[in-house]
Design a protein around this ligand. Structure first.
Ligand SMILES: Cc1ncc(COP(=O)(O)O)c(C=O)c1O
Length: 404
């Protein structure tokens, strides 16, 4: 019998990372700016930019740092209003506050994507937007870009969970002005911690590079596409020399050494993650009490977890479902019901403006989250699906029997 799998561990880190780390241990060269060129962080940046199809990449200490630097690079004034989805991780409004801006929340629908009517209604009073593709669910980027371009509002894509996701075949993170990714453990590429920012805009990347901690002339170690030190980049660095504060959010060579050997694994992980997700989704959708929302048509996802809504069940039923699943060995997070959940907007009590979002609240009260690391086998996926279906069956059996 297959036991419920451990869903907290990621894949083992490829052996090549150990060799790279050994070499760093020998040389002691852990700081990204010590080597004259080709430090692991610099190589990661050029490889990542090439993989995603952008001109520039800047590796930093976390996706939160990348979001903060993006807002600072845009030069937003103090108290600028930044529109973000009401369903995201607390680090996102936190990065807005860190940048001295004010988060404005918009409604999210039952399919975990931005509600476009509420987004459009709130757009005229904001100076930037961050689109969190929460848990890898892509919001309607065509509509978002049309609305924002018409008003000249810059779009930052929070693609923390979206490495490998495409929209009309184009990589998520390359559609807005800046894209930010996370290498924190529960992501497609795992370095424990880490983040990266991508953009085609030389001025924005030059500002972000300097503020990330490229003091003095360390910016000379940042290159453009295919290692060029393009004139637009040099001019941009020249413009910003000594003009910006240094926040020191750099990535260490050790993190880059862990990340780089995982990049060739990405295509397989995306493929397996999607296949696993869709298999479990189909099984769960066989229950009338479970709905796994469909992707949007232009979207090809790269999931390492599954989200589904419980249908026609009370809060008590939903709690009973989560408890029954946990007792059988599968942990279900109900975003709105677990205590102090960092993805429930009412727990962001540090926000200067509190907003009620009835639609998002309603979704969070019935939306369940289960990790599905891409390494799971078919038998393990079946165990998870069996447990979830048995748990929903257990709590709904009396309803069916009495026809309520
Ligand atoms: C949607 C989203 N955005 C941003 C972040 C921040 O990422 P990091 O932990 O790398 O700062 C997270 C963290 O998981 C996240 O879930």
């Amino acid at each position: 019998m297959t036991l419920p799998p451990n869903v907290h561990d990621a894949e083992p880190i490829p052996a090549a990372a150990r060799d790279a780390i050994d070499a760093l241990m020998q040389s002691g060269d852990l700081f990204r700016y010590t080597a004259p060129q080709d430090a692991p962080v610099a190589l990661l940046e050029s490889e990542f930019a090439e993989l995603l199809g952008t001109k520039y990449a800047l590796a930093v200490s976390s996706c939160s740092a990348a979001l903060f630097l993006s807002l600072k690079a845009l030069g937003l004034p103090r108290d600028a209003r930044v529109l973000i989805p009401g369903f995201t991780f607390a680090a996102v409004p936190s990065s807005v506050i860190h940048a001295d801006c004010i988060p404005v929340l918009c409604e999210v629908g039952d399919n975990y994507r931005i509600d476009m009517d509420d987004f459009a209604a709130k757009l005229d009073n904001v100076q930037a937007v961050i689109i969190s593709h929460m848990r890898g669910h892509t919001s309607d980027m065509d509509a978002i870009m049309t609305l924002c371009s018409a008003r000249d509002i810059p779009v930052i894509e929070d693609a923390a969970h979206s490495l490998g996701t495409t929209w009309h075949g184009r990589n998520i993170g390359t559609i807005g002005k800046i894209g930010c990714f996370s290498f924190q453990s529960y992501k497609m590429i795992n370095a424990g911690e880490g983040g990266i920012l991508i953009t085609d805009d030389a001025d924005l990347v030059a500002r972000a590079v300097i503020m990330s901690g490229a003091y003095e002339h360390n910016w000379k170690k940042h290159k453009g596409p295919r290692g060029d030190n393009s004139s637009e980049l040099k001019e941009a660095f020249g413009r910003w020399q000594n003009q910006l504060p240094l926040y020191n959010l750099r990535m260490s060579n050790l993190s880059a050494a862990v990340i780089r050997p995982q990049m060739p694994e990405l295509a397989r992980r995306v493929h397996d993650g999607l296949q696993n997700h869709d298999y479990v989704a189909e099984r769960l959708n066989s229950s009338p009490y479970i709905n796994v929302p469909a992707p949007l048509v232009p979207e090809r996802r790269a999931p390492d977890s599954i989200q589904f809504n419980l249908v026609d069940l009370s809060d008590d039923d939903i709690r009973a479902f989560a408890a029954a699943s946990e007792a059988r060995g599968v942990k279900v997070q109900v975003f709105g019901l677990s205590e102090d959940n960092a993805r429930a907007f009412w727990n962001w009590q540090f926000l200067p403006e509190q907003t009620e979002l009835p639609q998002t609240r309603n979704m969070l009260m019935k939306a369940c989250d289960v990790r599905l690391p891409v390494r799971l086998t078919g038998a393990e996926l079946d165990v998870i699906a069996d447990i979830l279906l048995a748990s929903v069956g257990e709590i709904t059996a009396p309803k069916i029997a009495f026809g309520t």
